[in-house]
Design a protein around this ligand. Structure first.
Ligand SMILES: Cc1cc2nc3c(=O)[nH]c(=O)nc-3n(C[C@H](O)[C@H](O)[C@H](O)COP(=O)(O)O)c2cc1C
Length: 215
């Protein structure tokens, strides 16, 4: 058996989650995502890891993993360096797609929509929860720019540590949160027969319209 075939075989029957019956899904996809995240927190080491796709205005896409750090009726929040590649792409084209995948649960969630910066107060509140080393790293790292060496990065961290000393390490002007304002969601559940369940939510009027998609 090839390695791929062996992996496929080991996947068979390993997903404990039952099929998605639309009637069991919440009317509100944010509530549904909160419910699946709660399940994932009991099953997966890093349930908030999500792939974030952005693109240039002329349609060159890029993707990377970020952490989902906030979720409410407005949307999904993540934090980053606003001068990073993703930050530059979001400045020029403020739209994104995210994907959360929990293999252990056989579930995937997709969301797409416009992106806005969160308020300075919201970035500040999250910043205060970050450990000192993470705060110094955010000051020291010119995220997504070329570095001459690892030593250069370490020297930059030492420089920032010396600069702030025992004092406060404030929120850098180039760092903060973004909120994806979802226009669509999709909830996907694995089925061993490959006829996976897919339910899409689309904003309609003040609420959401739901439809089943072919796998
Ligand atoms: C599990 C995981 C979580 C991550 N979380 C974040 C995050 O919350 N914010 C962030 O800026 N980068 C995060 N990263 C690093 C990004 O994937 C990426 O390397 C970085 O943001 C630079 O991306 P860019 O050059 O496309 O802007 C994470 C990476 C991994 C693997």
């Amino acid at each position: 058996m090839t390695r791929v075939a062996a992996t496929r075989a080991s996947l068979q029957g390993r997903h404990p989650v039952a099929a998605v019956d639309e009637r069991e899904l919440a009317d509100d996809p944010i509530a549904q995502l909160e419910s699946w995240l709660a399940d994932a927190r009991r099953a997966v080491p890093l349930p908030e890891a999500m792939t974030l796709a952005t693109s240039t205005p002329d349609g060159r896409p890029s993707g990377r993993v970020v952490l989902l750090r906030g979720l409410d009726e407005r949307g999904l929040v993540f934090f980053t360096n606003r001068e990073s590649r993703k930050g530059e792409e979001l400045r020029a084209n403020p739209r994104a797609a995210v994907v959360l995948h929990w293999w252990e649960l056989g579930r995937q969630v997709r969301a797409e929509g416009a992106v806005e910066q969160v308020s300075a107060e919201e970035s500040e509140a999250y910043w205060r929860t970050r450990p000192l080393a993470s705060r110094l790293a955010a000051w020291a790292s010119p995220q997504s720019r070329p570095l001459a060496s690892r030593a250069e990065l370490e020297a930059r961290v030492a420089e920032q540590a010396a600069r702030f000393g025992d004092g406060d390490v404030p929120l850098p002007p180039h760092w903060g949160g973004y909120r994806l304002l979802p226009a669509t969601f999709e909830f996907w559940t694995h089925r061993d027969d490959r006829l996976h369940d897919r339910v899409r939510y689309v904003r309609a009027g003040g609420g959401w319209r739901r439809e089943r998609l072919a796998p």
